[in-house]
Design a protein around this ligand. Structure first.
Ligand SMILES: Nc1nc2c(ncn2[C@@H]2O[C@H](COP(=O)(O)OP(=O)(O)OP(=O)(O)O)[C@@H](O)[C@H]2O)c(=O)[nH]1
Ligand SMILES: [Mg+2]
Length: 488
C-alpha cells in the first residue's frame, strides 16, 4: 500500500468519524405513542411521518408553515435488534384501490425520522442547519396492559384480575375459568398439567372477554392476548388465584409455582419491554379511543378510565432539570388525544375533549403537578369523513359523510363499502360525568353511534415534497406541540 493510499484511507476514516460525531451530536427526541389496542397508534405514526417527510399544508405546524423544514427523511433506526416500522407498507394499504386501514400490529417495530431545519434564531442559523432525530416505536396495544403489573406482586395482581373477571360485563366469558378455579386446590403440590389447563382457560377467558368488540379494553397480561414470539412459552403458564384461606403458599405447591412464574413474566417480559422502550421517553402522545367506549356504555368507559390510569402510572412526566435531562430525562410534554374525531361533527369536538379530560383526569393532574406541559385534543390522524348538514323537518342536523366499510350497519341499513352515507352521530352530553354514571338516563349505548369508515385514498404518485397533506384533524397542532420547540 502506498503512502497516498494510506493518507486517503486516513482521510476517509476521519470523514466517517466526522459523520459519526455529527450524528452523535444530533439531538434525538424519543416520542412515545401510547395507546391500547386499536386506539390508532399505527395510523397516527404513519400520518405523523408522512406529514414530516412529504410536507403539505400544515398551517399549525409552525416550522413547516414558516418554510424552515429543509427536508425530513427516514434513516436506519438506532436499534439493530428491532424490525423497522413498515411505513411504506402502511402507506401502500392507504394507496390501494380501494384503500384499507393498516393491519393491527402483531410485533414491535421502530422508526427514525431525521428532520433538517433552518433554526429560528440568527445565532443558531450562522452555525448551520439544525438536525433532529425523532425515534418512534410501534407495538401491539395489548402489550401496554402489562405496564401496571410492574407495581404489583402476585397476590395483588390476582385480586385485581379476579375482580375484573367477576364484573357483570365479563360474566359469560369468565364462567369456565372461574369454575375451574373453584374446583382447584392450589395448596396441592405443583402440577404442570394443572398449570397448563388453568393457563389455557384463563387465556380463553381473556380472548372471549374482548371478542364482542376488539375496540374495547381487555384485561391482561398482554402476551396472553398477543403472545408474539412467546407463544407456547412456560413464561405464559400461569394464572391468578383467589387469596389462600390459610397461611401463605407453601414451597412446592401449585400456588407457589404460579407466583414464581408471574414474577418471571415481570422480570423477563414486562421489565425489558418497559426499560427498552418507555423508560427514556422525551415526549408522549396518549391516544384514547373514547368514542368506541362511549358507544358501548358506562361500564366500558369506566373500564377504559381505570385501565388507562393503571398504564399511565408507569410513566415519569415532569419538568427537566439539567441533571435529570442528562441522567434520566422526564416526559416534559404530554398530549392526550381523543382519536378518530372525524366520527363527530366539529361542533362536538369540545365535548369530546371534555370527556377525555375526565377519563385521564388523574394522569393529567399528576403530569401538570410535576411541571410537564399537558394538552388535550380531539384528533383524527387520517380524516375519513367530511361534514354536511342534513334537514330533518325544520331542524338542521350536523352530519358527517363518509363511505362505511363493507358490513357496517346503521339501524337496519347495511353497507357495501362503496356507497357514501351521511351519518348523524348523535349528541355528546354537555356534562361528561353523566357518561360514567351507570344510572343516569343519558348513559345508554346510543348516545353516539357511528360506523367505521373507509380511509381516504392516498396518492403516492406525486414526488415527496409536492404531495398534498393527507386529510386530518389537528394533526399539525399535535406535531407542533410534540416536536415544534425542538426545531426552533
Ligand atoms: N376514521 C378514522 N379511523 C381511524 C383513525 N385512526 C385509526 N382509525 C381506525 O382505528 C383502527 C385502528 O387503528 P390503528 O392505528 O391500527 O390502531 P393501533 O393502536 O395501531 O392498534 P393495534 O396495532 O391493534 O395496537 C383503524 O383500522 C381505523 O379503522 C382516524 O384518524 N380516523
Ligand atoms: Mg398498530
Amino acid at each position: 500500500m502506498r503512502l497516498s493510499d494510506l493518507s486517503e484511507k486516513a482521510a476517509d476514516t476521519l470523514r466517517s468519524a466526522g459523520a459519526y460525531v455529527s450524528d452523535l451530536m444530533t439531538p434525538t427526541l424519543r416520542l412515545g405513542v401510547t395507546g391500547l389496542a386499536r386506539s390508532g397508534k399505527t395510523v397516527f405514526i404513519t400520518a405523523f411521518v408522512r406529514s414530516l417527510v412529504s410536507g403539505g399544508r400544515l398551517p399549525y405546524f409552525a416550522a413547516m408553515a414558516e418554510g424552515r423544514i429543509a427536508r425530513a427523511y427516514l434513516e436506519p433506526q438506532p436499534d439493530d435488534t428491532l424490525p423497522r416500522f413498515a411505513y411504506e407498507e402502511h402507506l401502500a394499504a392507504l394507496a390501494a384501490d380501494p384503500p384499507h386501514w393498516p393491519h393491527s400490529t402483531r410485533r414491535i417495530s421502530q422508526l427514525r425520522v431525521t428532520v433538517e431545519y433552518s433554526p429560528h434564531t440568527l445565532l443558531k442559523r450562522t452555525l448551520g442547519t439544525g438536525r433532529l432525530h425523532v425515534d418512534v416505536i410501534d407495538y401491539p396495544g395489548e402489550w401496554l396492559l402489562d405496564l401496571p403489573l410492574l407495581d404489583l406482586d402476585y397476590p395483588e395482581w390476582s385480586a385485581r384480575a379476579l375482580a375484573q373477571a367477576r364484573l357483570p360485563l365479563r360474566a359469560d366469558a369468565a364462567r369456565d375459568w372461574l369454575s375451574f378455579l373453584a374446583s382447584l386446590d392450589a395448596t396441592a403440590p405443583a402440577d404442570e398439567q394443572k398449570a397448563l389447563v388453568g393457563a389455557q382457560l384463563f387465556t380463553r377467558y381473556l380472548q372471549a372477554a374482548r371478542a364482542p368488540d376488539a375496540l374495547l379494553t381487555a384485561p391482561g397480561p398482554g402476551r396472553f392476548l398477543l403472545p408474539g414470539d412467546l407463544a407456547g412459552s412456560p413464561l405464559l403458564t400461569f394464572f391468578p388465584l383467589p387469596p389462600p384461606a390459610g397461611p401463605a403458599a407453601a414451597r412446592g405447591s401449585l400456588a407457589a409455582m404460579l407466583a414464581r412464574r408471574f414474577d418471571s413474566y415481570k422480570t423477563h417480559v414486562v421489565q425489558p419491554f418497559f426499560r427498552d422502550h418507555f423508560a427514556r421517553l422525551d415526549r408522549q402522545i396518549v391516544l384514547i379511543d373514547a368514542l368506541s367506549a362511549i358507544n358501548s356504555g358506562p361500564a366500558a368507559l369506566i373500564d377504559l378510565q381505570q385501565t388507562m390510569e393503571g398504564v399511565l402510572r408507569a410513566f415519569r412526566p415532569g419538568a427537566n432539570t439539567l441533571l435529570s435531562s442528562l441522567i434520566a430525562p422526564r416526559i416534559d410534554r404530554l398530549l392526550f388525544a381523543a382519536t378518530k374525531a372525524d366520527h363527530l361533527h366539529h361542533t362536538s369536538h369540545d365535548r369530546l375533549e371534555a370527556i377525555l379530560r375526565l377519563l385521564a383526569d388523574q394522569a393529567i393532574a399528576r403530569a401538570s403537578f410535576a411541571g410537564a406541559d399537558v394538552k388535550v385534543m380531539a384528533l383524527a390522524a387520517l380524516r375519513a369523513t367530511r361534514e354536511a348538514e342534513a334537514r330533518s323537518g325544520r331542524q338542521r342536523l350536523p352530519c358527517i359523510v363518509g363511505v362505511p366499510l363493507p358490513g357496517e350497519q346503521l339501524g337496519r341499513k347495511s353497507f357495501d363499502g362503496r356507497t357514501e352515507a351521511a351519518v348523524f352521530p348523535g349528541d355528546l352530553p354537555a356534562d361528561p360525568s353523566t357518561l360514567l354514571n351507570p344510572t343516569a338516563p343519558i348513559a345508554t349505548p346510543d348516545v353516539v353511534h357511528f360506523p367505521r369508515f373507509r380511509p381516504p385514498r392516498v396518492s403516492l404518485a406525486t414526488p415527496a415534497g409536492d404531495a398534498p397533506a393527507l386529510p386530518h384533524i389537528r394533526l399539525d397542532r399535535a406535531v407542533d406541540f410534540l416536536i415544534g420547540d425542538r426545531l426552533a
